[in-house]
Design a protein around this ligand. Sequence first.
Ligand SMILES: [Zn+2]
Length: 129
Amino acid sequence: MDAPLAQFCSNCGVRVQNPAAKHCTKCGQALTAQRSQVMVVRTEKNPALAAFLSMIWVGLGHIYNGRLLTGLAFMVVYPVVTVVAWFGLFAGLAGSVGGLVAFLVWPLLWVWAAASAYKGAKRRNAEGG
Ligand SMILES: [Zn+2]
């Protein structure tokens, strides 16, 4: 986590480690005037947490990443696929193409959602939120 007083040079963007520094260590830009503008704290997303949330509730990891619609879509689609998969199995419909496909897609969707949440958090951090 970044220290709350971390400063970033408004000229070259380099992070100034010393919170008491008055000038950028790289280009010499004065830092005091821009101090209020660099106080915006970026919220880093934890990819492992996003994947974990997605595993306990598919879609939750995406909502954690700030992708509300994608998360809600997962929360709707996943239970439907789950019901179709298990209904197909218990009703003896697993031999049918639809039941079989649902039963194969079901665990893949779970894994894929977790991987997607993980990558989404990493991508979000790389893009700077
Ligand atoms: Zn600088």
